[in-house]
Design a protein around this ligand. Structure first.
Ligand code: PHE
Length: 495
């Protein structure tokens, strides 16, 4: 085989070797790493007929048709006549260009306007180009002569007459190194795989084995991994477990009784409003825990035996047996507490809750809360503060502060805020407190219960440095792929 330095386009090479372009590209990549070929990108502009151009190349340009008609008519014709024989569109376009080319004049003879031929040119470069394109289909701009190039530029200004498309072509040529390889060595085959046959026949001796190039570019592989929000949930759960908590879960469809009443939220409390809470239509009510109904009623109406005066209104079971989508996971911890009134209790939940919110970048109608309670003989508010500090410090958030707050079910109440260095802001993390006697006594709970709860997504926003809370639910694969599975572990300092 003769060796020379002519560059071949990938397409040409594919044709010559009877392979597809992809195979050529792969092979070229191989040879390039061995410095045997070099690749050159050439951009070419391909010229072809557009939809109008197809018609013009067959029937003639509108301006040509116009002057032909004029010439046949003896040099002058009325606008109406021309319109009639050429059709409105061809006439209008033809008129504009013939006028521009100074082939015609428009004259008013009385009320009628007429068109007069003043110059009848031979074949123009534009017409030559159309003919050329009709014969050849597609041509390269660079291959055209100067006058046809100009014609291209002219016709380009007219709608759909010609198309000029820029395409990138890859060319491959041998390097000097390849050109100098001695004839004998050219036939040593390089193989990528050693086979059993090569071993038994001993033919492996004739081959040269390709080396792996681990730096060769390749397509990224997106391995399966947990969704970034699920990753955080997993870490949060692990931290709770490491701190000696047990996970609990509760129903998503919950009695208003557990969501509100057992938490000493009065029945006219604004949080119970339909605008804040989703109520179920079918079924709209559920079974109240009858053994507790009287006691909760007493707590609300008179304070029962707690020493409190209660809210002093008439408590109605018709409000309490309504079914809602739980608005907080405190419904789940209070339910658990009612079933486990004896110390010690140390449980958490990370689960979905629902609020009747208009969804925007800051709000979702369905999201997650982190929730926990600790009940034991000697626990106190300082323990609660310590627990919260410890919990968040394990999430890499060390600068946590507490400020007073209010919840109908806790006393004292506080909220924890954390400083975000990257955003230079304070973020509200959770509400917390010790359950009031009006909450614990009806459930026969005799010891202090430390309780806290707060949003998970807000925390996730801070950790993933995002602005829009909807990011977590949009299934934007590009974003999901962009977060390495180890992102949080690194961020938090776990690894
Ligand atoms: N349930 C409260 C909320 O949804 C948080 C909270 C839980 C506050 C437990 C005090 C005690 O914001």
């Amino acid at each position: 085989m003769r060796r020379e330095g002519r560059a071949l386009s990938f397409e040409e090479a594919a044709n010559l070797l009877n392979r597809d372009v992809g195979t050529i590209a792969k092979t070229v990549q191989w040879l390039r790493e061995k410095n045997l070929v070099e690749v050159e990108v050439r951009t070419s502009n391909l010229v072809s007929l557009g939809s109008e151009g197809q018609i013009y190349s067959a029937d003639g340009l509108p301006e040509r048709r116009l002057i032909e008609m004029l010439s046949e008519a003896g040099g002058v014709a009325s606008i109406d006549e021309l319109k009639k024989s050429l059709g409105e569109d061809v006439f209008q376009i033809g008129l504009i260009w013939a006028k521009k080319n100074q082939w015609i004049n428009i004259e008013s003879t009385g009320p009628q306007k007429s068109v007069k031929l003043i110059h009848y040119p031979g074949e123009t470069s534009e017409e030559k180009l159309l003919k050329h394109l009709r014969e050849r289909g597609v041509v390269e701009f660079e291959d055209l002569g100067e006058d046809l190039k100009k014609a291209c530029m002219n016709l380009k200004t007219r709608q759909s007459v010609i198309n000029i498309d820029e395409v990138k072509r890859y060319y491959v040529r041998l390097t000097d190194k390849a050109l100098q390889i001695p004839e004998g060595e050219l036939h040593i085959q390089e193989v990528t795989r050693l086979t059993k046959d090569m071993l038994t026949s001993g033919s492996w001796r004739q081959y040269r084995f390709s080396r792996f190039d681990i730096s060769a570019p390749s397509k990224p592989i997106y391995a399966g991994k947990r969704h970034p929000l699920q990753r955080l949930i997993k870490i949060v759960k692990e931290i709770f477990v490491e701190m000696g908590f047990e996970e609990i879960r509760g129903p998503i469809v919950e009695l208003a009784f557990w969501n509100f009443d057992a938490l000493f939220q009065p029945q006219d409390h604004p949080a119970r409003d339909m605008h804040d809470t989703f109520y179920l239509n079918y079924p709209s009510t559920g079974q109240l825990p009858e053994n507790l109904v009287e006691r909760i009623k007493d707590a609300h109406e008179t304070g029962g035996s707690t020493g409190s005066l209660g809210w002093r209104y008439r408590w109605r079971r018709e409000e309490a047996d309504k079914l809602v989508l739980r608005t907080h996971t405190t419904a789940t911890t209070i339910r658990y507490l009612a079933e486990h009134p004896d110390p010690p209790v140390k449980v958490f939940s990370v689960d979905r809750i629902y609020r009747n919110e208009k969804v925007d970048w800051k709000h979702l109608a369905e999201f997650h809360q982190i929730e926990g309670i600790v009940m034991d003989k000697n626990v106190c508010f300082r323990d609660l503060i310590g627990l919260i500090k410890e919990f968040y410090s394990r999430l890499g958030l060390k600068d946590v502060r507490f400020r007073p707050s209010y919840f109908p079910y806790t006393e004292p109440s506080a909220e924890a805020i954390v400083y975000l260095r990257e955003k230079n802001t304070w973020l509200e993390l959770i509400g917390m407190g010790i359950f009031r006697p009006e909450v614990t006594q009806p459930l026969n709970v005799k010891y202090p219960v430390l309780a806290w709860g707060g949003g998970l997504e807000r925390l996730a926003l801070a950790l993933y440095n995002l602005e829009d809370i909807r990011t977590f639910y949009m299934n934007d694969l590009r974003w999901i792929r962009s977060i390495p599975s180890t992102y949080l572990d690194k961020k938090i300092g776990l690894s």
